[in-house]
Design a protein around this ligand. Structure first.
Ligand SMILES: Cc1cc2nc3c(=O)[nH]c(=O)nc-3n(C[C@H](O)[C@H](O)[C@H](O)COP(=O)(O)OP(=O)(O)OC[C@H]3O[C@@H](n4cnc5c(N)ncnc54)[C@H](O)[C@@H]3O)c2cc1C
Length: 373
């Protein structure tokens, strides 16, 4: 295609889908978003949004809304299992004045991204999926589950871990790989006790707290779950309590004030390693669908936002045939490197090596993430 895209279908209304839709619609491109679920209620309670992600939110024009809705902090604190402070590492604002870190409820984040996309003109269809997809030199042609047949210049797959568009385009080779670990998340029934992301070091696990509003914080706790066992959801509160048994101090208070099992989120952790290129002539896969990552550096959403902003930039700068390779050039190595850094952080934490040379490691990670995308 020698002209720039004019009509784009975004499949998936999560972080990457809403962000790329906002980025494209702001530039006058006609965007339809389809989302399989009948609402955009987001599981996961809170999200930690690091500086590189906040810079992308600034690019999309929603930074101030996000900062107003969440809790800004500028350090990362490590404590022992009893809550005694070991070290505090700075997460300073960047030279453009964007803060180091933000904690935010997932629900508010989704609201802000959705408003950004729809206010810019993107049309959102809920409960809709792609049933058939073909492409040729003229267009990407889709049959949708609501009976519509439509043509687009490009389809952007933002369908998360289990993307059916990824499988349709690239087969099962890039199916998610279970890491051996899972993450428990909960909003305890006590008021916020931390004013920065704070990790508490147990023998072979960490428990973390992140402030998300003036009053609220969420707990995250990654545990080894070999073989990805099924845990009955009604048992999640008891199981999480057991897994936190070694902690005293503030984490013990959190453990004693866990919400009902139905309010706890249990997420087996997967990675996706889609080889390059993540695109065909008229379809591209981004976000978790291309490179899902463990949450240890808060980079899953961040890398999804970087994909979204870079893709929107390239598509508005160049014809499609040049834009997709240009997007890959800017994104593949970085997303892969961040995946590796995150995985290393997980393995060190689980081996009890987290206290090591943390400040040097964090500084070099931040230095990398500070690089222009
Ligand atoms: C335990 C845990 C903690 C995390 N913490 C953080 C953190 O603190 N900071 C951070 O940056 N990241 C974090 N992440 C990662 C982050 O949540 C993801 O990287 C991010 O949500 C990926 O966004 P996405 O839009 O690519 O995919 P998703 O958020 O999974 O969205 C995909 C959307 O597509 C829809 N969909 C699926 N299939 C179809 C289909 N066939 N048709 C149409 N729609 C479809 C889904 O319903 C969903 O709405 C964490 C992840 C986990 C598991």
């Amino acid at each position: 295609m020698t002209t720039k895209v004019q009509r784009v279908l975004v499949s998936g209304g999560g972080i990457s889908g809403l962000a790329v839709a906002a980025g494209l619609a702001r530039c006058g491109i006609a965007v339809d978003i389809i989302e399989a679920r009948s609402d955009l209620a987001i599981a996961g309670i809170g999200i930690s949004v690091p500086n590189n992600a906040l810079r992308m939110l600034k690019n999309l024009g929603v930074l101030d809304d996000c900062l107003a809705a969440g809790y800004v902090f500028d350090e990362y604190v490590r404590c022992d299992a009893a809550g005694e402070r070991i070290v505090a590492l700075p997460c300073p604002e960047s030279s453009d004045g964007v803060p180091g870190y933000l904690g935010l409820t997932r629900a508010r984040f989704a609201d802000i991204l959705r408003a950004a996309a729809t206010t810019a003109g993107a049309k959102l269809g809920l409960g809709v999926t792609i049933e058939d997809f073909t492409e040729d030199a003229g267009a990407a042609r889709v049959s949708l589950s609501d009976g519509r047949q439509a043509e687009y210049d490009l389809v952007v797959g933002c369908e998360g871990l289990r993307s059916s568009l990824r499988t349709r385009l690239f087969g099962a080779a890039a199916d998610p790989v279970f890491t051996g670990y899972a993450c428990w998340r909960a909003k305890p029934l006590i008021e916020r006790r931390v004013s920065a992301m704070t990790k508490f070091a147990g023998a072979t696990t960490d428990a973390g707290l992140v402030p998300i509003t003036d009053d609220e914080m969420y707990l995250f706790h990654v545990t080894a779950e070999p073989g990805n066992p099924y845990h009955e959801p009604s048992s999640w509160r008891d199981l999480l309590g057991q897994r936190l048994e070694e902690y005293t101090g503030v984490i013990a208070d959190v453990r004693d004030n866990l919400p009902a099992a139905s309010e706890i989120v249990y997420s087996p952790l997967f990675e996706v390693h889609l080889p390059r290129p993540w695109h065909t002539d008229r379809a591209v896969v981004i976000g978790d669908a291309a490179h899902a990552v463990v949450p240890h550096l808060s980079q899953g959403g961040a890398q999804s936002l970087e994909d979204a902003v870079v893709l929107a930039e390239e598509l508005t700068r160049r014809p499609l045939a040049e834009a997709l390779p240009a997007f890959m050039k800017r994104r593949f190595d970085r997303a892969r490197h961040v995946q590796q850094l995150s995985s290393t952080a997980l393995i060190r934490e689980m081996a009890g090596q987290h206290a090591g040379d943390l400040s040097r490691e964090m500084a070099s990670t931040r230095e990398y993430l500070d690089l222009p995308v």
